[in-house]
Design a protein around this ligand. Structure first.
Ligand SMILES: Cc1cc2nc3c(=O)[nH]c(=O)nc-3n(C[C@H](O)[C@H](O)[C@H](O)COP(=O)(O)O)c2cc1C
Length: 583
């Protein structure tokens, strides 16, 4: 036969095999469940006829009639092959698939398996949030002989600190290069642990209320996320970091461009302590976002300044600037319009030459942000394409090292505070990030867990089982604001208390003194190294001179960076020598 046998195909091109000659057994076993239903239906019809007053017979009739109906539908439908081959019983597969995550989480998953947070991490958050004792008996459950195991070295002379309310001052560093009107005149004394950006819209109203109330009680900051400041953020008066994304929500003109006047109204609110321009977030850098029209409720419309019921779009880049120099002027403009509040930006590191171009723009203009928040690829989101979640953006360690070392290398580190986010849950996580160069840490999902999140990972469906990430008014009633606000405060307090104990044990006075010399990492069965020997460490001012002895990332890409453009200067990038951002 040269071409396909046309008799085997219908008009739509579907293959129609001839019905095979029946062989024993005549009736395929896979139809057994359906056959039992049909038999049950026949038997219950007979029972109803013979015993019309027996209610059990009627119930059986209804049940078997329904199951037979399901079976017939399964055989006729064309969407699910499994149901066509296994009518009725095939539904078990869908049921088991549906409850698989819960079954895995409750019965199968080990304590240390991270998906994305391990049971051990979640349990610790719950214990701390509930104010339960977080001590463990017997000893570590970690395998200290495995590569990658890390610890902080203790001192022979531990310190004793008065309390755990560790703070840093953001903004207000004198800048001789900047005209006085552009400097930060309202520096913010921030906790070293704050609530990361998560919008009202991604979070429920009750979640926002509880987070903000917890922040108020605990004296730490609550980042609004790019959805801007909703009425729920203002009820309890907790300190706000106002995030400005590319949609300029809360400060936009009707055409979506940035509005100075609308920005001033929100930015000058005393509750707003800092302004954060969002360039990207680790879970979906380089990707905009759309809140579909039906989800744009009156409350969301009021917070964002967008029309009700119309798709609300966050473009993938900003329209207020298109070059690094313009971006620095935008930073300065927002700082001035806000009345001198600390102004900075959040990003996940992508092309190194783009980040270097931003730093060159700082040098060229003399304008520095008061802070930079580095988000890692391991970061969370309400919803993002799986390829972005899994394979776009630099992980936190690499991004943080690059940002910290570049600023050290150009002599700007003392003027710019660095925050970071990416699976920071425990006090050791905080200490480690500070060792890598952070001044403070934010947590998003950690605080969600303090609110009761069980990692069901249904944030994008609107069916969050604990009322944290849903706009369903009934579901979110499950989240009782006063109780969960206490938990938010407790989680923060207990984590910082644990940090205090680590800092004391290391013989230090403040977590900012923790460096890469204090942390040790196992790299093989028989070898360990101080982190300081493993990570890149640029000397102050080193990038302003010859780059010969610098890390490859600086040697190759720093010369290509242009303060006037996010594009690299050379058309052809040099042959890569070493792809790693940090060795
Ligand atoms: C539900 C949810 C919503 C988020 N919304 C935003 C947002 O609006 N803006 C932003 O910059 N980051 C957003 N993020 C990212 C977090 O702020 C944070 O950077 C990231 O999750 C890493 O921190 P984590 O590992 O502690 O969660 C969101 C994360 C989650 C889980």
């Amino acid at each position: 036969m040269k071409g396909p046998d046309r008799a085997l195909y219908d008009a739509a091109g579907t293959r129609r095999d001839p019905i095979p000659t029946p062989t024993f057994p005549f009736f395929p076993a896979r139809y057994s469940a359906f056959a039992l239903c049909v038999a049950g239906l026949a038997a219950s019809i007979a029972a109803v006829v013979l015993l019309p007053l027996a209610w059990l017979a009627w119930i059986a009739l209804a049940l078997f009639a329904a199951l037979t109906g399901v079976g017939l539908h399964d055989l006729r439908q064309e969407r699910h092959a499994i149901l066509r081959n296994y009518p009725v019983i095939g539904h078990l597969r869908f049921l088991l698939e549906y409850i698989r995550p819960e079954m895995r989480q409750y019965f199968i998953e080990s304590d240390s398996e991270a998906a994305p947070f391990s049971r051990a991490q979640r349990s610790l958050v719950y214990q701390r949030a509930k104010g339960e004792p977080d001590n463990r008996p017997f000893g570590t459950q970690l395998n200290v002989t495995l590569s990658g195991y890390e610890w902080i070295n203790h001192s022979m002379q531990p310190t004793t600190l008065a309390d755990h309310d560790f703070r840093i001052v953001i903004g207000g560093t004198p800048n001789p290069a900047t005209p006085s009107g552009f400097t930060c005149t309202q520096p913010y004394s921030a906790s070293v642990f704050n609530i990361s950006a998560m919008s009202f819209g991604a979070l429920s109203a009750n979640a926002v209320l509880a987070l903000n109330k917890g922040a108020k009680m605990g004296g730490f900051a609550h980042d609004t996320g790019e959805g801007s400041i909703s009425q729920h953020h203002r009820v309890h008066g907790g300190d706000l970091i106002w995030e400005i994304g590319s949609g300029y929500f809360g400060c936009r003109n009707d055409d979506g461009s940035f509005s100075d006047d609308r920005f001033v109204v929100n930015a000058r609110d005393p509750q707003v302590k800092m302004i954060e321009i969002k360039l990207s977030q680790g879970a979906k850098p380089g990707h905009g976002g759309v809140l579909p029209g039906p989800k744009v409720t009156a409350e969301i419309s009021a917070a964002r300044g967008v029309p009700v019921g119309i798709d609300c779009i966050s473009p993938s880049s900003h329209s207020a600037f298109s070059t690094p120099v313009e971006m620095m002027h935008f930073v300065a403009k927002l700082r001035e319009l806000s009345g001198g509040k600390p102004t900075g930006f959040k990003l996940c590191i992508g092309h190194p030459w783009e980040w270097f171009a931003i730093v060159k723009a700082m040098l060229a203009t003399g304008i520095t942000p008061d802070f930079i928040v580095v988000d890692g690829a391991e970061g969370g989101t309400g919803a993002a394409p799986v390829e972005f979640i899994d394979h776009v953006g630099a992980p936190l360690q690499e991004g943080l090292l690059l940002v910290h070392n570049t600023l050290v290398g150009v002599g700007l580190r003392s003027r710019v505070k660095i925050g970071c986010a990416g699976k920071v849950i425990t006090a050791f996580d905080l200490a480690r990030m500070m060792a890598l160069g952070a001044d403070w840490c934010n947590a998003g999902r950690g605080f969600m867990m303090a609110l009761g999140c069980i990692q069901a990972q249904s944030c994008h469906t609107g069916h969050c089982p604990t009322g944290v990430t849903t706009q369903d008014p009934v579901r979110q009633q499950a989240l009782v604001v006063p109780d969960k606000a206490d938990r938010v405060r407790n989680f923060h307090r207990s984590t910082l208390h644990a940090l205090q104990e680590l800092v004391q044990a290391a013989g230090l006075d403040h977590p900012q003194q923790i460096t890469a010399h204090h942390i040790v990492r196992r790299i093989s069965d028989t070898e360990v190294r101080l982190l300081s020997n493993l990570i890149m460490q640029v000397r102050p001012g080193a990038l302003l001179g010859p780059l010969d002895h610098q890390h490859t990332v600086f040697r190759m890409y720093w010369p290509l960076a242009d303060a006037q453009s996010f594009q690299p200067m050379a058309q052809d990038l040099p042959e890569p020598v070493d792809h790693a951002l940090a060795a």
